[in-house]
Design a binder for this molecule. Structure first.
Ligand SMILES: *Cc1c(COP(=O)(O)O)cnc(C)c1O
Length: 389
C-alpha cells in the first residue's frame, strides 16, 4: 500500500521544520525564564518572546501589548467567558452566540448558564451563515458579549465579522471571535474588523501544540479576571512561567503564514476545488456550507446511501474526519451540520477534508480517486441505492 495521506489539517497540523529549527535553542542554550529580569538568561528568553509578539501583532495588526499567551484556543475562550463573568460584566446580562460554535465555547457557556447567565443562540441558514436579522433583533442594552467564530472548523464557512461587530457595538456590547481556523489561513486585521477579543492557536498553523493566545483590545471596558493566578505574569491575566519554546514556535509559524498565506491559499483552493468537482461527479453527493465565503483548504461534503464511518474503514490510509475531532470519541452527528438543517442521516454521511502545507498535488489526486472509488462501491452495496427511484 501507499503511504498514509493526511487530510485532517483542521484538527491539527505537523510542525513546520522551519518552526522547529527556531524553537530548538530555547529548550537548551536559551532556556531562561522570561520573568528573570536580573540576568542575561532571562533577557534572552524575553527577547525570544518579544520577537514572537512582534510577528503575531504584525499578522493581525495589533500592538504587542494587546496579546497574551495561553495553552491554546480552548483556554483563551474559557478565559474570555469566565474572566468576563467573574468581572461582573455579565450581571443580569446576556451573551449572544450560535449553536455552530466550537465545543470550547459551547461547553464553558453551559457552566455560565447554570450560574444564571442568559444566552441567546442566533440560528444559521443552510449555508452556515449567521442570520444577521435575528442577531439584530436579539441585541439590546443587556447584551454584554457577542461571540461568533470567524471561520467554522467543520465547514470552513467564514462569517461577516465586520457586520456582526458593528451590530454588537451599536448595542453597546463587546465582540469576541474564535479565529482559530481563520488565523494564518485568511488575511485579517483586528482593528478594522472591530474585534474586541480574539482567540487563536499555534497547532492549527504548523506551530507546536499547547500554545495559543488571546488578543485583547486595549480599551477600558474589557476587564478579564485571570483564571490561572500565581506569579502575576502577563498583567495578572494569565500567570505561570511562560512557555518560551512554544511562544517562539507560535511566532515563527505566524511569520511564515504572513509570508506564504496568499500563495498557499491560492494553491489549496485550487486543489480543494479539484477535489470538490471530482467528488461531486459521484451521484448523490452534496457540498455542505457556503462555497464562496469559505476557508481555501476546507471541503465538507456528503454522500447519500452511506455512513462516513463505513467510508473511513474502506480507506484506512487516508486521514479525513467526520467533523470536529473533539467529538470523534462519541459517534454523535455533527452539531454544526445539524444546526445548518441537515438530518441526522445527512450529517452522519458527511466528511471533512482539510488540505495542508505538507500535502502534495499527487496526494490530492490519489486521495480523490480512492475516496471516489470507495464511495461508489459503498453506494452500490446499499440495497436502497439499487432500489432508488
Ligand atoms: C481547534 C479549535 C479550537 C481549540 O483549540 P486548541 O488550541 O486545540 O484548544 C477552538 N476553536 C476552533 C474553531 C478550533 O478549530
Amino acid at each position: 500500500m501507499s503511504n498514509p495521506i493526511y487530510l485532517d489539517n483542521n484538527s491539527t497540523t505537523p510542525v513546520d521544520s522551519r518552526v522547529l529549527e527556531e524553537m530548538l535553542p530555547y529548550f537548551k542554550e536559551k532556556f531562561g525564564n522570561a520573568s528573570s529580569h536580573q540576568h542575561r538568561f532571562g533577557w534572552i528568553a524575553e527577547d525570544g518572546m518579544n520577537q514572537a509578539l512582534e510577528r503575531i501583532s504584525e499578522l493581525i495588526g495589533s500592538s504587542v501589548e494587546d496579546f497574551i499567551f495561553t495553552s491554546g484556543a480552548t483556554e483563551s475562550i474559557n478565559l474570555v467567558l469566565k474572566g468576563l463573568y467573574q468581572s461582573s460584566v455579565f450581571e443580569n446580562q446576556q451573551i449572544i452566540t450560535s449553536h455552530t460554535e466550537h465545543s470550547a465555547l459551547l461547553e464553558p457557556l453551559e457552566e455560565l448558564k447554570l450560574k444564571g447567565v442568559k444566552v441567546h443562540y442566533v440560528p444559521v441558514d443552510k449555508s452556515g451563515l449567521l442570520d444577521l436579522n435575528n442577531l439584530e433583533e436579539a441585541l439590546n442594552h443587556k447584551t454584554a458579549l457577542v461571540a461568533i467564530m470567524m471561520a467554522n472548523n467543520e465547514t470552513g464557512v467564514i462569517q461577516s465579522i465586520s457586520e456582526i461587530s458593528q451590530l454588537a457595538h451599536k448595542a453597546g456590547s463587546l465582540f469576541f471571535t474564535d479565529a482559530t481556523q481563520a488565523y494564518g489561513k485568511i488575511p485579517f486585521q483586528v482593528r478594522p474588523l472591530g474585534i474586541d477579543l480574539m482567540a487563536c492557536s499555534a497547532h492549527k498553523i504548523y506551530g507546536p501544540k499547547g500554545i495559543g493566545g488571546l488578543y485583547i483590545h486595549p480599551h477600558s471596558p474589557i476587564k478579564l479576571k485571570g483564571q490561572i493566578t500565581g506569579g502575576g505574569q502577563q498583567n495578572n491575566i494569565r500567570s505561570g512561567t511562560l512557555n518560551i519554546p512554544g511562544i517562539v514556535g507560535f511566532g515563527k509559524a505566524s511569520e511564515l503564514c504572513q509570508a506564504e498565506m496568499k500563495t498557499e491559499g491560492t494553491i489549496h483552493s485550487q486543489w480543494r476545488d479539484w477535489m470538490e468537482a471530482h467528488l461531486l461527479s459521484i451521484p448523490y453527493s452534496h457540498v455542505n456550507g457556503k462555497t464562496q465565503e469559505r476557508l481555501p483548504n476546507t471541503l465538507n461534503i456528503r454522500f447519500d446511501y452511506l455512513r462516513a464511518e463505513q467510508l473511513f474503514s474502506k480507506i484506512p490510509e487516508i486521514a479525513i474526519s467526520s467533523g470536529s475531532a473533539c467529538n470523534s470519541a462519541n459517534p454523535e452527528p455533527s452539531h454544526v451540520l445539524m444546526n445548518m438543517g441537515l438530518s441526522e442521516k445527512q450529517a452522519k454521511s458527511s466528511i471533512r477534508i482539510g488540505i495542508g502545507r505538507m500535502n502534495t498535488y499527487q496526494e490530492i489526486l490519489e486521495a480523490g480517486d480512492q475516496i471516489k472509488k470507495a464511495v461508489e462501491r459503498l453506494q452500490m452495496e446499499n440495497p436502497l441505492f439499487k432500489k432508488r427511484g
